[in-house]
Design a protein around this ligand. Structure first.
Ligand code: FES
Length: 116
């Protein structure tokens, strides 16, 4: 999966949701409910690869139907919840706010513990 606008390439394993893949690979992905399918903060716009995505679950359809039209943009078919959808081929999505986690945060914490 290519995540724009940052340009991150993240491997999505079979059966894994997009947000699970991002988390496993060390990226943060906007969420309020931590993939419980309740907040819609994980929504992303699918730029390429719609055919490779899993069907919408009932929960996803209900949440997306309730989204404000301004948020859904022009083509609601392209808006998916990253915590609900899986992919079987390369896709490209737009999701501002996806960031690489700082890999050495634990190390910095332990170093600061040592210096005290
Ligand atoms: S993370 Fe909350 S609905 Fe997807």
């Amino acid at each position: 999966m290519r995540v724009e606008p940052a340009g991150f390439d993240i491997e999505v394993r079979p059966g894994e949701t997009l947000i699970q893949a991002a988390w496993r690979a060390g990226y943060s992905w906007p969420t309020l409910c931590y993939a419980m399918g309740r907040c819609t903060a994980c929504q992303c716009e699918v730029l390429d690869g719609l055919h490779a995505l899993s069907e919408r679950t009932e929960a996803e359809s209900a949440l997306l139907n309730n989204l404000d039209r301004r948020v859904r943009r022009a083509n609601p078919r392209r808006v998916r919840l990253a915590c609900q959808v899986t992919a079987t081929a390369d896709i490209r999505v737009r999701k501002p706010g996806v960031q690489k986690q700082c890999a050495d945060s634990d190390e910095r914490t332990s170093n600061s513990d040592v210096s005290q």
